[in-house]
Design a protein around this ligand. Structure first.
Ligand code: A3P
Ligand code: MG
Ligand code: MG
Length: 380
C-alpha cells in the first residue's frame, strides 16, 4: 500500500490511554463515571429484501408474537431444504447506510447555510455492530478487529475490515457451526409475524438476506453519532412506545444447567447482548434457551436496564461504564488521528487482544470504502 506508516506503541502508551499513537484497552483506565449517552432517537429506517435490495422504508419490519414459556421449537427444521443464506463473502461496507443518507439528507442537514449545506451534522457514521465491538473490547480476549476511518466533509465514516483470522474462520466453519448459525434465524421465524395481526409461519423459508434496519442519532459525550443496526422485530401492540423503545431483540443461547454455565452466561453472553441493544435504545431481549439437539426448551425476557443488576454478584464481571468510556476514548482518539479530509484516505485502526489499538494510513488503497456515487452525490 502507498505511503503506509505503522505506529507501534511505546511504553508511555501503557500509562496514558490517550497517547497520540496508541490507545490502551486496559479496563482499569476506563473505570470512571458513566459518560453522557443521550437517549437514541430513530431518524429513519430501511429494509433489505430477499435479494438484498435496498428500500427506504419499513417493509421488512416484523411483529413479535410471544411464544409459550416452554415451546419445544425445533431449530434444526428447514436447515437443509428451507434456508437461503446471505453470501457473507460479499462485503457491503457502509453502502446501505450511505444509500439511506442520500435518500434522507434533508432530515440530517441542520447547517443550512449555503456554504456547508452538504455537511451532515454528525461526527461519526457507522454500523451499530462496529460500536458493539468497541464496547466489548476491554473484555475481549479472543477476536481482534480492524476499523477503517475516512473523514469526508467533516464527518468520520467508520467501516470494518475483516481480519485475516476472521476470514480464515469464515472459510473454515464446520458443518455443525454452519447449522448452529441458522438456529438463531429459525428462532426468529418461530416468534415473528410479517404483519401486525399475523401469526408466525414456521413452515416458510428462512432467508437471511432480509433485514429491517433502524437509523438512530445520539451523542456519546461530545461525539455526535449516526448509526444503523438490524432490528429483529417490534411489539405489535399499537399502544407500544415509539421506536426504538418498541423494538425487541431475539437471541438463542445454550440451556443453563450448572452454576458455571450461569456464570459464563452472565460474564460473556449478557455483555454482548447488553452492548448490542443498549446502543440503539432497544429495551428488551427475548432469549430462547436450546438444548444440544437444537430444541428451544425455555424462553425468557431480559430487560436491558436490569442487566447490570443481574450481573452484580458475579466475581470479576464486566461493567457498562468501562465499555462506554472505552468507546468514548476510542472516538476521541479517532478524531485526533483522522485529520485529513479526503474520501480516498483511510486511517486503519487495528487491535489484537492484549495489545494497544494502533493505526496506519493508506492513500488510494484497497481499504478506501466511500463509493464514488456517494462522494459525487454529496459534492453536488
Ligand atoms: P443468535 O444470536 O440467537 O444465535 P442477531 O441476534 O444479532 O439478530 O443475529 C441473528 C443470528 O445471526 C444469530 O442468532 C446467529 O445465529 C447469527 N449471527 C449473528 N452474528 C453472528 C456472528 N458474529 N457469528 C455467527 N453467527 C452470527
Ligand atoms: Mg438480528
Ligand atoms: Mg437477534
Amino acid at each position: 500500500p502507498n505511503s503506509q506508516r505503522q505506529h507501534q506503541s511505546g511504553s508511555a502508551a501503557e500509562q496514558n490511554p490517550l497517547n497520540s499513537r496508541a490507545l490502551s484497552t486496559r479496563r482499569e483506565l476506563y473505570e470512571r463515571d458513566f459518560p453522557v449517552y443521550k437517549q437514541p432517537v430513530e431518524v429513519g429506517s430501511f429494509s433489505l429484501d430477499s435479494e438484498r435490495r435496498f428500500f427506504n422504508d419499513g417493509r421488512q419490519m416484523r411483529y413479535y408474537v410471544e411464544p409459550e414459556r416452554n415451546p419445544n421449537f425445533d431449530l434444526r427444521d428447514g436447515y437443509k431444504d428451507r434456508f437461503i443464506k446471505r453470501d457473507d463473502s460479499v462485503k457491503e461496507k457502509l453502502d446501505h447506510i450511505l444509500q439511506w443518507v442520500i435518500a434522507n439528507r434533508s432530515k440530517l442537514n441542520s447547517r443550512t447555510t449555503s456554504a456547508s449545506s452538504c455537511a451532515l451534522d454528525v461526527d461519526f457514521v457507522t454500523w451499530r455492530g462496529h460500536l458493539t465491538k468497541l464496547l466489548t473490547t476491554p473484555y475481549e480476549t479472543r477476536e481482534g478487529w480492524m476499523l477503517a476511518a475516512t473523514k469526508f466533509r467533516g464527518t468520520i465514516y467508520i467501516s470494518e475490515v475483516e481480519t485475516e483470522a476472521a476470514r480464515r474462520e469464515r472459510e473454515n466453519r464446520t458443518e455443525r457451526h454452519e447449522e448452529m448459525m441458522y438456529w438463531g434465524y429459525k428462532f426468529e421465524q418461530y416468534t415473528c409475524a410479517d404483519n401486525v395481526h399475523g401469526a408466525p409461519d414456521p413452515g416458510g423459508v428462512v432467508n437471511t438476506n432480509e433485514a429491517f434496519c433502524t437509523v438512530v442519532q445520539t451523542r456519546l459525550a461530545d461525539h455526535r453519532l449516526l448509526f444503523s443496526g438490524e432490528v429483529d422485530c417490534r411489539d405489535k401492540d399499537p399502544s407500544a412506545p415509539a421506536p426504538p423503545a418498541c423494538y425487541v431483540e431475539l437471541k438463542t443461547s445454550a440451556e443453563i444447567c450448572t452454576p458455571k454455565q450461569r456464570s459464563n452466561f452472565h460474564r460473556f453472553k449478557l455483555l454482548k447482548w447488553w452492548a448490542q441493544s443498549f446502543l440503539p435504545g432497544v429495551p428488551r431481549v427475548v432469549a430462547g434457551f436450546r438444548n444440544h439437539e437444537g430444541v428451544v426448551v425455555s424462553v425468557e425476557t431480559f430487560h436491558i436496564s436490569k442487566i447490570s443488576q443481574l450481573i452484580k454478584n458475579e466475581y470479576n464481571c464486566w461493567r457498562p461504564t468501562v465499555c462506554m468510556n472505552f468507546c468514548c476514548d476510542f472516538l476521541t482518539f479517532v478524531k485526533r488521528t483522522v485529520t485529513e479530509d479526503s474520501p480516498s484516505v483511510v486511517y486503519l485502526f487495528s487491535w489484537e487482544p492484549h495489545r494497544d489499538v494502533t493505526f496506519s494510513i493508506h492513500r488510494d488503497s484497497q481499504f478506501s470504502f466511500l463509493p464514488r456515487w456517494y462522494v459525487e452525490e454529496m459534492t453536488r
